[in-house]
Ligand binder design. Structure first.
Ligand code: RRO
Length: 309
């Protein structure tokens, strides 16, 4: 079976690429992604100015995933702007830039700049949970609407939103109703589950330093939350808005579950952090084997076809 898919009008040669976050901050890391089986090169969320990020330890691997409070370490948007032509040349594949401004004005500046770059898609991060004193935009519906008003009409490149996880149908409905008012091409569900706490009982200590130990939970722990968010938004949004699934994808079966829920593509974060670029080809091959065994020949044949009992 073939794993070709598309986000908006943009074709992708495979169903699987990297999520914004791990191993996509430096040029060296992004060039490695360009040469990998990742369907696209996705960049770490950027800000106006370069950032070192939060104090360490700020990432800890866990048996079933990870917890982190990175604090948006990145090179600043101008470094990515300048790097994009080289990434394009190295991979000849779609490039998705992630922007995560601290204000609407920041996001306008960065989206405008990337609108006249060789990026193929722009994912605006509405869901960073790890900046002290900065609430996640996606949990404030009024501000979300104001931000969308400002960033959706700055050019022709498709815009998508990286959303936080929602846990109530009233929130899915409110968010979907806002998204439908704007020319949003795709949404990416979900960011990490924000402000969780992992404790080491032996040392009686929180295991990461920033924010007194509160951090975003990632990996296997959050797959059911990611699946629910993809499924709920697939049911609430029109077909011309694609959904990218993220959260706990480390096998072909995980990717297949997101496909059943309605994802047009999936992104891999924690598994990529732990395994490196080999994960993209491995997961794609596992997905192809599973689809072949089930006699499905294309992504479209399975997308959104979840059965309920
Ligand atoms: O850098 C981070 O701390 C971070 C970001 Br921007 C985000 O969007 N999600 C996350 O879990 N960590």
């Amino acid at each position: 079976p073939c794993l070709n898919t598309h986000i908006g009008q943009l074709p992708l040669d495979s169903y699987i690429f990297n999520a914004s976050g791990p191993l996509c901050t430096s040029e060296e890391e992004l060039i490695r992604l360009a040469g990998s089986a990742s369907a696209a090169v996705m960049t770490k969320s950027c800000t106006i100015l370069p950032r070192e990020g939060n104090a360490e330890p700020r990432y800890q691997a866990l048996p079933l995933g990870s917890i982190q409070s990175m604090g948006l370490p990145n090179l600043g948007y101008q470094a990515y702007l300048e790097m994009l032509p080289r990434l394009k040349k190295a991979g000849n594949k779609p490039i998705v830039v992630s922007v995560s401004g601290f204000s609407v004005a920041d996001n306008v500046t960065m989206v405008k700049a990337f609108q006249s770059s060789c990026a193929d898609l722009i994912e605006v991060n509405f869901s960073c949970p790890n900046i002290e004193g900065k609430p996640q935009l996606g949990y404030d519906f009024e501000q979300t609407e104001q931000a969308l008003e400002a960033i959706c009409q700055l050019g022709d490149k498709p815009i998508g939103l990286k959303l936080p996880p929602y846990f109530d149908f009233s929130h899915f409905i409110t968010m979907a109703d806002i998204i439908k008012k704007f020319p949003v091409s795709f949404i990416t569900c979900i960011n990490s589950v924000g402000n969780t706490l992992v404790i080491d009982a032996e040392t009686e200590t929180a295991i990461i330093k920033p924010k007194g130990g509160f951090g975003g939970l990632c990996g296997d722990y959050i797959k059911p939350i990611g699946l629910a968010n993809v499924r709920a938004f697939r049911q609430l949004l029109p077909d011309n808005i694609d959904i990218i699934g993220v959260g706990g994808i480390k096998t072909g079966t995980d990717a297949f579950e997101y496909l059943l829920a309605g994802a047009s593509a999936v992104q891999v974060a924690t598994c990529f952090e732990k395994e490196g670029v080999e994960c993209f080809d491995r997961i794609a091959q596992e997905l192809q084997s599973l689809m072949a065994a089930k006699q499905y020949s294309s992504i479209a044949a399975v997308k959104g076809k979840l059965k309920v009992i």
